[in-house]
Write a protein that binds this ligand. Structure first.
Ligand code: GDP
Ligand code: IMO
Ligand code: MG
Length: 429
């Protein structure tokens, strides 16, 4: 397998964790390159469910894992996750995990600002995960951020905290009318955990470069989905990082020429958590049925996911933006019981047909999806492991997606377990 990037094509929760876990077996290194613990990636191995928020899913397959410079890391959550995985006899020692010295730290005040901002926005809120992701990326862009390398010189770290808090406390007290943060408390909290973090800090870009020179293969684990991308998503109802495959290079300090295969993960229908436009959203019994059958609850916040039909305007957009070389279709089994399955091929807005994903929220909210109808297969497919054994109607549904996306389907997932997977085209050689 060449260096492979896994990205979500919709609004997140497509099943990236499951596919990364599956493909990790064929990689040497697994790298997260953006986002933070707003992500929730689920793996089911030997009947056991494991959710990772920060540490790459490849840790389950005992692969060397890296958190790249493009990730924002809450060190307290990281240590909790290390404990959680260690309690399951998974090796998360510094030998197995490295964090980029350039990665930015999510500070306690980032979480307070994230929460206060959502409260102030009222019904116009983004519906963030409340993990401080946006405020941390914001400080990175305004050059006030604190990075992991700053922990190596603790006096410098302390100075930075004191300076930054002058501004943050003014904002918290006078704009949000909430309690200020005591710099000594924060410094003390970091003093307590610093020594546990230090052995994990490294120059990830250099290690990955050396690894590739020694024929090591890298799997890049995207978080969120293309339509939550800060540049290309349903702005402002997006996350604060670049989610698309191009950022796999930038967010891990690897040159773009090193990305060989780019697999887009696509749920066989569409879901979204949080606010924002969703043209194919279902508000009827079928939407409820998909939500229940697919157990569509957020892996990070537990919120109910909104559900709707497959949207090819969305998938074509993702194919172009990510240079997808293949698709992995997940949760096909969730559609087993449906009589009719729809695919959205375009949007109609004020008498015009739209086939390219528009930037205007208003258009996305007011457009009408144009659907084509497909007959359901009405058969349990969760035990099928060979593509040819799928029912004809399921094969037709997949063939139509492939045709409209103009990208080949390489993997089909029919259940949450690692084994519930059909490899249609081998990407491992
Ligand atoms: P991620 O954020 O993209 O990694 O996806 P999540 O883990 O948040 O959500 C995907 C959910 O679907 C998880 O609960 C997975 O265990 C589950 N899942 C993944 N693939 C399949 C599949 O093919 N069929 C079914 N029924 N569940 C799946
Ligand atoms: P994975 O990696 C689904 C959504 C939030 C909110 C918006 C902004 O599991 O697919 P943020 O906390 O990032 O500022 O929230 O983005 N969101 C996700 N939705 N899956 C995710 O990650 C998400 N990460 C963020 O619900 O609408
Ligand atoms: Mg998720």
């Amino acid at each position: 397998m060449g260096n492979t990037v896994i990205v979500g094509t919709q609004w997140g929760d497509e099943g990236k964790g499951k596919i990364v876990d599956l493909l990790s077996k064929h990689a040497d290194y697994v790298v997260r390159f953006q986002g933070g613990n707003n992500a929730g990636h689920t793996m089911v191995v030997n009947g056991k469910k494991i959710i990772s928020h920060l540490i790459p899913s490849g840790i389950i397959q005992s692969k060397k894992c890296f958190i790249g410079n493009g990730v924002v890391v809450d060190p307290f959550v990281l240590l909790e996750e290390i404990e959680y995985l260690s309690s399951m006899d998974i090796d998360v020692s510094p030998k197995m995990l490295k964090i980029s010295n350039r990665a930015h730290i999510i500070m306690p005040y980032h979480k307070l600002i994230d929460a206060a901002r959502e409260v102030k926005k009222g019904d116009k809120k983004i519906g963030t995960t409340g993990r401080g992701i946006g405020p941390c990326y914001e400080d990175k862009a305004t050059r006030r951020g604190i990075r992991f390398c700053d922990l190596l010189d603790f006096d410098f770290f302390k100075e930075k905290v004191v300076t930054i808090l002058e501004e943050k406390n003014f904002y918290l007290e006078h704009y949000f009318k909430t309690e200020p943060v005591d710099p000594d408390t924060i410094i003390h909290q970091f003093q307590q955990i610093k020594d546990r973090l230090l052995p994990y800090i490294a120059d990830v870009s250099v290690i990955l470069f050396d690894g590739m020179n020694n024929n090591k293969t890298i799997l890049f684990e995207g978080a969120q989905g293309t339509h939550l991308d800060i540049e290309h998503g349903t702005y402002p109802f997006v996350t604060s990082s670049s989610v698309v495959s191009g950022n796999a290079a930038n967010g891990s300090g690897v040159g773009p020429g090193n990305l060989n295969e780019i697999i887009g993960i696509v749920k066989a229908y569409t879901t979204r958590v949080g606010s924002g436009p969703f043209p194919t959203e279902l508000f009827d019994d079928i939407g409820d049925k998909i939500q229940k059958t697919g157990s569509e609850f957020g892996a990070t916040t537990g919120r109910k996911r909104r559900c709707g039909w497959m949207d090819m305007v969305v998938l074509r957009n993702a194919a172009r933006l990510n240079s997808l070389t293949g698709l992995a279709i997940t949760k096909l089994d969730v559609l087993d019981d449906l009589d009719e399955i729809k695919i959205c091929t375009g949007y109609e807005y004020k008498g015009t047909l739209i086939s390219d994903f528009p930037p205007e929220i208003k258009i996305l909210e007011e457009c009408t999806p144009v659907y084509e109808s497909h007959q359901g297969w009405k058969q349990d497919i969760s035990g099928i492991t060979k593509f040819n054994d799928l029912p004809d109607m399921a094969k037709l549904y997949l063939a139509r997606i492939e045709e409209l996306a103009k990208v080949k389907i390489k993997i089909v997932s029919v259940g949450p377990e690692r084994e519930a997977t059909i490899i249609k085209e081998n990407i491992f050689n």
